[in-house]
Design a protein around this ligand. Structure first.
Ligand code: GLC
Length: 715
């Protein structure tokens, strides 16, 4: 096996200053400018090309990767003096040709193996298009659905975020350096480091006031999990954290990420984030911005060419130590060598089984959708049902894919109407292409159940798409109320990307399925859930509030000083005079077409010494789960802790384990968890991670309200 570090030093010792700065420069691939691009490549004046023409890659049409031109450009780079290949990066966020559910939905599957398998397939498709490096996973945990980018992340919980991080990183990259090098394996990018999900008011790109205590215990874990999983790169975020503009923050990038977490890949800035240091009031001009960012620990400059334009000058002026430039180059060369970019430099078409990928996308969508309400077991619908299918998402196609799908295939997407009609031809479906009140009345008169296909456009989610109101849109609320007045039982399918406030419509509905934007196979998956071929098993990765005014509303705050933990049912009016303090539906919640009973919670060794915990001993906790219904089903068994007395206030509940298990009707399963050092500790006032002495409540159940509990003691 090549000695990568030796090879890095060999190359570095031969590189001119200009060639070094070239490696730190990511330019934008513009097919029309191929000759200019080849010129840069031939002279070693580019380290990477971003295959995308806009920072708003989420929804603007992007030209497909132009493989012919990419290979031409790469050949020019290979002809350069040292022949260092370009690494091609692109936003491959939740699928490529085959689109999987948005990441927030994927997290709601609580199925890490299925997530990993989906990203393995995504890597096959993207590498087939000549892509070496993806700008994913996005690991910004967030408690604010006003922020349009919450749909790209793993939800509100740091533990779930860590599990999702590992699944996506290893899905894209593989599990070891042997696999990293292979075709169909992409270098991943943990983004946006760090604290972007705390943008004040949910306003994109804004300030995030985060104490070091919260940063380390809440925002950092998912990134730590990505680093521990071998993530190749990290992207610095646009925002600032408590006064630190991340892209120029030595503390966040060098001390915390590179030194404390031991990250040895490279940091790429977000789009134009170097020059944006001027806007953030940190840099006087682009040259100053280049100085601050490079010295701060941002290794590669995306798009704005500040490094290219000024680093040589800054180095000669002694304002940027050449050691800092060399360290950035080392990190970039390390990833190019570790991921076999020399061998994978030119594209190679490798077939993949598209049908298998679409099948996986459907299975994934089925596991992401969340059954929220099922009064009188109105669901699943009977095969001889007569339904009135109405609402804005009946014929939606592109929106089902969600945001950040640059290479999707919308023409392969079925609408909800098409899926029901084709998969369930025996069902009578009253529907119409034009939204008219008369039509609606006549359809509802004829039907026995109303299915309201509600939702939002994908264009209302993603980057730069924050909303001040995240309640159900007024016109959809009106539709629900008008339909309700006609007296038939109603079900709503909620095809939204972000969590929305449902208080205005929830009482009118007997059944609710939160479908999210679940990718290419949203509609076929939903049809099979509606008619019972599939038993839903998703659980909420992010709280569903009642109304906008409750936000931020999340399951894991510290216990309040007075009895005002409304999330857990403490009586109003202390939370609010006008709305309950409880969510509409809590974190970890989701129903099934069957029921599950939890019993026989057992804890081995209720007391363990701190020394033993620090040396790896764990509490073994197990619980019996019985399927007490009449259909087989999957349940996500969740384990929560509460550190009762500690040196800092600790969350009322913390998810510290989950297992998704299939249990056949009438059968039981025993599920076991182990709690030890990495689950019971936290970063304290001294920024050090420790487990403290004392009692921990433990709870096991099917959501964060789990109430089957016991106590364990670290003594
Ligand atoms: C955008 C996004 C980032 C994306 C990058 C490249 O501004 O913030 O998530 O990867 O630019 O498209």
């Amino acid at each position: 096996m090549m000695d990568i570090e030796k090879r890095i030093e060999e190359l570095l010792s031969q590189m001119t200053l200009e060639e070094k700065i070239g490696q730190l420069t990511q330019r934008i691939f513009k097919g029309a400018e191929i000759e200019q691009m080849k010129e840069f490549a031939r002279k070693g004046q580019a380290g990477s090309y971003l295959l995308g023409s806009t920072a708003f890659g989420s929804d603007v049409y992007q030209e497909r990767p132009l493989i012919g031109l990419m290979d031409e450009l790469q050949e020019a780079a290979l002809e350069s003096r040292l022949g260092i290949p370009l690494i091609y990066g692109r936003d491959v966020i939740h699928g490529h040709r085959t689109v999987f559910p948005i990441p927030l939905a994927l997290a709601s599957s609580f199925n890490p193996d299925m997530i990993k398998k989906s990203y393995r397939m995504t890597a096959e498709e993207a590498s087939d298009d000549g892509i070496h490096w993806t700008f994913a996973p996005m690991l910004d945990v967030s408690r604010d659905p006003r922020w349009g980018r919450c749909i790209e992340g793993p939800g509100e919980d740091p533990y779930l975020g860590s599990i999702v991080a590992k699944s996506i990183v290893t899905g894209f990259q593989g599990d070891n350096e042997e696999e990293y090098k292979q075709r169909q394996h992409l270098a991943a990018c943990a983004k946006h480091y760090i604290g972007y999900g705390a943008s004040e008011g949910g306003r994109d790109y804004h300030r995030a006031e985060i104490s070091d205590y919260s940063l380390r215990n809440y925002y950092l874990p998912a990134f730590k999990a990505a680093v521990d999983s071998g993530v190749a790169t990290v992207m610095s975020s646009f925002n600032e954290v408590s006064g630190e503009a991340v892209t120029a923050s030595e503390y966040l990038l060098k001390d915390l990420l590179k030194t404390e977490l031991g990250f040895d890949g490279f940091v790429v800035t977000d789009w134009g984030a170097v020059w944006q240091l001027i806007l953030q009031g940190r840099a006087t001009d682009r040259k100053d911005a280049a100085r601050l960012a490079l010295n701060g620990g941002s290794d590669m400059d995306m798009e704005d060419n500040c490094y290219w334009d000024y680093l040589a000058e800054l180095a000669l002026e002694g304002k940027v130590p050449i050691e800092n430039i060399d360290e950035a180059v080392r990190r970039i060369l390390r990833i190019k060598l570790r991921f076999g970019i020399w061998e994978k430099a030119l594209s190679e078409r490798i077939d993949y089984d598209s049908e298998l990928h679409y099948d996986q996308s459907k299975k994934m969508a089925e596991e992401c959708m969340v059954l929220l309400k099922n009064e009188d077991n109105i669901l699943p619908l009977k095969k001889d049902a007569k339904i009135a299918l109405i609402g804005p998402m009946v014929n939606a196609r592109r929106s089902l894919l969600g945001s950040w799908t640059l290479d999707c295939e919308p023409d392969k997407v079925s609408t909800i109407k098409e899926a029901i009609l084709s998969q369930y031809p025996e069902v009578t479906v009253y529907t119409t292409n034009e939204e008219s009140y008369d039509n609606m009345i006549s359809m509802i008169y004829e039907c026995d159940t109303v299915v309201l296909a509600l939702g939002e456009s994908y264009l209302m989610t993603g980057e730069g798409k924050s909303l001040a109101y995240i309640d159900v849109p007024k016109e959809q609320e009106e539709l629900v109320k008008k339909a309700y007045a006609l007296g038939k039982p109603m079900i709503a399918t909620m095809t939204f990307g972000r969590p929305i406030g449902m208080q205005s419509i929830e009482p009118y509905l007997k059944g609710i399925i939160y479908t999210w934007h679940s990718g290419s196979m949203t509609a076929p998956a939903l049809a099979d859930i509606l008619f019972g071929k599939v038993n839903p098993s998703g659980k909420l990765a992010m709280t569903l509030p009642r109304v906008t005014g409750q936000i931020p509303l999340y399951y894991n705050p510290p216990r309040a000083s007075r009895r005002c933990n409304g999330y857990y049912g403490d009586p109003n009016p202390i939370n609010y005079q006008d709305v309950s303090g409880r969510p509409m539906y809590p974190f970890g919640y989701g129903l099934s077409y069957t029921t599950f009973e939890y019993s026989n919670l057992t804890v081995e060794n209720k007391e363990i010494s701190l020394d033993k915990i620090n040396n790896g001993d764990k509490f073994a906790i197990s619980v019996e789960v019985t399927n007490t219904g009449d259909v087989d089903g999957m349940e996500t068994v969740q384990l929560y802790i509460h550190d009762k007395i500690a040196s800092m206030t600790r969350p009322i509940r913390e998810l510290k384990g989950f297992k998704k298990v299939m249990i056949k009707k009438g059968e039981s399963a025993r599920v076991t968890f182990n709690l030890g050092y990495s689950e019971l500790g936290f970063y304290g006032r001294d920024s050090k991670y420790n487990v403290e002495l004392g009692e921990f409540d433990i709870y096991v159940g099917g959501n964060c309200y789990a109430d089957l509990g016991d106590i364990i003691i670290v003594k």
